[in-house]
Design a protein around this ligand. Structure first.
Ligand SMILES: [Cu+2]
Length: 164
């Protein structure tokens, strides 16, 4: 009996970690530099938790970077060609202000708002199966069977003692 409960617990934890692996991929929003060479484009964006921002530019006349004011992200040294991506995870809701360091004094800055979302765990077993080789379906089936077995044996154990 105790062994069954342990097994059930193991399977619940297993399912939890598989859910994390199967996490849906978020959107990627691109920020580049506009034709004035001194502004991000767009300079304000709104994302959901689980999305990413990608700073991309090439062959710029001036080198730029993107540094968040609290160092949440930092694309590194200013560069004429850049491709830098930052992922906002599921605990990241908030407002992020960033600047291009060499041009912060002339107003090259931007703001990213990350909206809180309910953790977007994929609940559809078919989707899960396609993203991680059917393992979740097995763990759900086994988990459900174990819960059913434990429930049934509890029910009969209690019934045997005439508690119901
Ligand atoms: Cu700049």
């Amino acid at each position: 009996m105790r062994r069954l409960i342990c097994l059930a617990l193991v399977f619940f934890f297993l399912q939890g970690s598989i859910d994390l692996i199967a996490e849906e991929e978020g959107e990627v929003k691109v920020v580049t530099v506009d034709s004035t060479n001194l502004r991000f484009n767009p300079s304000t964006i709104t994302l959901n938790e689980g999305d990413s921002v990608r700073f991309v530019w090439g062959n710029q006349a001036l080198p730029h970077n993107a540094v968040e004011e609290n160092e949440v992200f930092d694309s590194g040294e200013p560069a004429r060609n850049l491709e830098y991506e930052y992922f906002f995870d599921y605990e990241s809701a908030g407002v992020y202000d960033y600047v291009c360091e060499p041009h912060a004094s002339v107003g090259m800055q931007g703001e990213i708002t990350v909206q809180d979302v309910e953790q977007a765990v994929v609940e559809d077993p078919e989707v899960k199966a396609s993203t991680s080789d059917g393992l979740p379906i097995i763990s759900i089936l086994v988990g459900t069977a174990l819960v059913f077995a434990i429930g049934t044996s509890w029910y009969f154990a209690i019934k045997r003692r005439n508690l119901i």
